[in-house]
Design a protein around this ligand. Structure first.
Ligand SMILES: *Cc1c(COP(=O)(O)O)cnc(C)c1O
Length: 492
């Protein structure tokens, strides 16, 4: 038995010293963001960092200052790079200065947002209510903050599946369900939709990938015919997933038409609006999303175009009762006492698979209050204008060609060298992207557009300026010319 005088805690022994060290860390963090454009966008993690993953678990204590110094020297310099104005890869948000502090404050409260009656729960409710308002969802709709759109798609499609089936899927799984449940999305939809269908036990083959039109949006007529054919073949269509901003090209499906089709066919209408849904914050872009307000469920991210620090996404479900019915579980240890801490209705844990949850809402609440949605909407417009600028610059360069229409903020293009075979051209463009990343000058990514490798520039970045796009184009041209002058290397 330990003596009371031997009891310990993990708090600092010297709070003043901790305070000094913590202030230093905060000052360094602010300086890191302030000077981000003076460093390479990305640099490869050094060998020492790669091998440190084999270090033994720390048994004894190390001072906070020492641990911090190790972080500052060996980890901080090797960030993804998405805080940099010339990060254009995938769809990454750039993060906010205020987010550094908001995350720190959430850590201070260390709230568990699975449920119960405490401040953080109300902030999450407020943020969800803001989102309902932004997207024109009714008051009886429900919402949950989640890690991102992958999780939001899974939760939304789970509600679609559970509320659809006459057999009690929560109890019996799919074994009592006579007909195959079939869902539809476009060939350009994000893989997280496929993954959700897989995890839900429906099987990836039950998700029909409907071809797209020339603008990369779903072909609604083909979709309509596919539904009819599946019904004729004895299957049970249950859901259509529309994209508000596809990951490859930023295409927006005709959401209004999809919604009408779903109403006529009695199908659940889910929208993957990971980044594109936030275009509703812009007065000039909002009309492009008409029909999103009719979705049965909507998945989107704050950590992309709203610039909130990772991770932060959201699922909204039009019928809150169906949402709750799909996930609610209140075992005895989560009993609502009616008063005290264990009170409050509609705990977040009843709307998704997670029980313990972080206070994600605080950084969103902070950012929306600090910047206001008008300014965030302005950034979104600015990024779309920058994408148009880039498109026009590409049109003026004989060595560059545009590979897809520029719908929102994504530009797919290629370095063109006459006389190259398709595979050589693909390799050249992949090499150009890797060259730029390794030089640290800019970080676009690649994708395939109609089978061809494209240099893909996504702008969801409030720090990007037009000058950064000029640097990018110049760097692509010089990398492309250097490689074609040197001859395409035959290996690979
Ligand atoms: C990023 C993205 C996703 C996945 O979202 P995460 O936040 O990364 O989980 C889904 N769909 C689209 C269109 C995306 O761009």
């Amino acid at each position: 038995m330990r003596k009371p005088s031997d009891e310990i805690s993990l708090d600092p022994r010297d709070w003043d010293a901790f305070s000094r060290a913590a202030h230093t860390a905060l000052d360094d963090a602010i300086e890191f963001l302030r000077t981000v454009d003076q460093r390479p966008v990305w640099q490869p993690p050094p060998e020492s960092l790669r091998t440190s993953t084999n270090d033994a678990v720390p048994t004894l204590e190390t001072s906070f200052e020492e641990v911090y110094a190790e972080f500052k020297n060996t980890i901080l310099p090797y960030a993804t790079g998405n805080t940099h104005p010339r990060f254009f890869g995938w769809v990454h948000g750039a993060g906010l200065a205020g987010g550094i502090v908001a995350e720190m404050l959430a850590a201070t409260m260390n709230s568990n947002c699975g449920g119960r009656d405490h401040g953080a729960i109300y902030i999450e409710k407020e943020v969800v209510n803001w989102c309902k308002e932004l997207f024109g969802f009714p008051v009886e709709s429900s919402g949950l903050l989640v890690s991102g759109t992958s999780m939001a798609n899974l939760i939304g499609l789970g509600v679609a599946r559970n509320s659809r089936a006459e057999a009690n899927i929560r109890m019996h799984g799919l074994k009592n369900h006579a007909r195959t449940l079939v869902s539809y999305t476009s060939a350009e939809a994000h893989e997280s939709v496929v993954r959700a269908i897989e995890i839900l036990g429906l099987g990836a083959a039950s998700l029909r990938k409907i071809p797209v039109r020339a603008d990369f949006a779903i072909d609604v007529e083909v979709l309509r015919n596919a539904i009819t054919e599946d019904r004729r073949a004895g299957m049970e269509p249950f859901c259509v997933v529309g994209s508000a901003g596809t990951v490859n090209t930023g295409a927006i499906d005709p959401l209004d038409q999809l919604s009408s089709l779903c109403v006529a066919e009695n199908l659940w209408f889910h929208v993957d609006g990971a980044f594109g849904a936030l275009a509703c914050l812009s007065d000039s872009l909002r009309s492009r999303l008409t029909g999103i307000e009719r979705a049965d469920s909507l998945a989107f991210d704050f950590h992309k175009w709203a610039q909130i620090q990772y991770d932060a996404g959201c699922i909204l479900v039009r019928r809150g009762d169906l949402h709750r019915a799909a996930y609610s579980m209140r075992p005895s240890y989560l009993h609502n006492l009616g008063r005290g801490l264990a009170s409050g209705e509609n705990w977040p844990c009843e709307f998704g698979p997670e029980l313990s949850r972080s206070f994600r809402a605080l950084k969103i609440w902070f950012a929306f209050k600090e910047h206001g949605i008008r300014k965030i909407g302005h950034i979104i417009e600015q990024n779309c204008e920058q994408a148009q600028y880039l498109k026009h610059r590409i049109a003026r360069e004989p060595n560059l060609e545009l590979l897809a229409p520029v719908s929102l903020n994504i530009v797919c293009f290629g370095f063109r060298q006459p006389g190259l075979e398709a595979v050589e051209s693909d390799k050249l463009n992949e090499d150009i992207v890797a060259d730029l990343q390794e030089l640290g000058v800019a970080a676009p990514s690649t994708t395939r557009v109609e089978g061809r490798v494209a240099i893909r520039v996504n702008i969801t970045n409030h720090r990007t300026r037009t000058a950064d796009l000029n640097v990018l184009i110049d760097a692509v041209l010089s990398a492309g010319r250097a490689r074609t002058a040197a001859g395409i290397s035959p290996e690979r």
